[in-house]
Write a protein that binds this ligand. Structure first.
Ligand SMILES: Nc1nc2c(ncn2[C@@H]2O[C@H](COP(=O)(O)OP(=O)(O)OP(=O)(O)O)[C@@H](O)[C@H]2O)c(=O)[nH]1
Ligand SMILES: [Mg+2]
Length: 195
């Protein structure tokens, strides 16, 4: 849940990028970091293996203006997607305000996408959060590759609720800010309701 700090006039929100191993979560955060003004971002912290996999998480704070005189700060996290990092994922989704689910569009990664989505639902429900009531945006990444499913086919498997969906090439930045804007818009709408 977001935290409103009345003394420092700050609202802190937590956005988590979820999805299977190597779907492009870290690529999203890196692109956001590289394309945000220095005054609107903090330090990017990445804890990765010697290969490209995230070991624990990536973390990037960004500042998105003000709401009713409060400074809006979004803490962006990625989870490590590989199956055996379950304990880290459980920890990272604690108190989440909004989720970006990044799916890998390659046909051979559909099972991994579905498994990761089920895993997300389970981890949220263990902390008493129903995914149906959580701000959520979907990103179908790696649209530049040739062996991919259509967005319609992926919707049937991953998006029964019809949440906002973005096709992306995170490496190049296509769709990255569109996805981020959507989830932050949903989170801000929730905060406004609570204020
Ligand atoms: N072709 C292509 N490759 C991509 C795209 N996005 C990311 N990649 C590549 O896919 C690989 C994995 O990307 P990451 O962003 O590290 O994946 P991740 O989801 O953070 O993986 P974990 O940390 O293991 O969960 C890297 O080699 C990226 O360069 C894309 O849109 N198109
Ligand atoms: Mg990663």
């Amino acid at each position: 849940m977001s935290f409103i700090h009345y003394s420092s006039k700050e609202i802190n929100c937590k956005i988590v990028y979820y999805g299977p191993g190597l779907c492009g979560k870290t690529a999203n955060i890196r692109y956001i970091y590289s394309n945000t003004n220095p005054e609107s971002k903090g330090k990017l912290v990445s804890i990765a293996t010697e290969t490209e996999h995230t070991l624990f998480f990536d973390f990037l704070p960004i500042f998105l203006g003000t709401l009713n005189g409060f400074k809006l700060k979004f803490h962006l996290y990625t989870v490590p997607g590989q199956i055996f990092y379950e304990a880290s994922r459980k920890l990272i989704v604690k108190g989440v305000d909004g989720i970006v689910f990044v799916a890998d569009s390659q046909v051979e990664r559909m099972d991994a996408n579905i498994e990761s989505m089920d895993n997300l639902k389970r981890n949220l429900s263990e902390q008493g959060t129903d995914i149906s009531y959580t701000p959520l945006a979907l990103q179908y990444n790696k649209r530049d590759l040739s062996n991919i499913m259509t967005a319609e086919e992926m919707n049937r498997l991953l998006n029964p609720r019809g949440v906002p969906l973005y096709e992306a090439v995170a490496l190049k930045g296509d769709g990255v800010f569109e996805t981020l804007k959507d989830v932050t818009r949903q989170v801000i709408a929730e905060i406004k309701k609570a204020m």
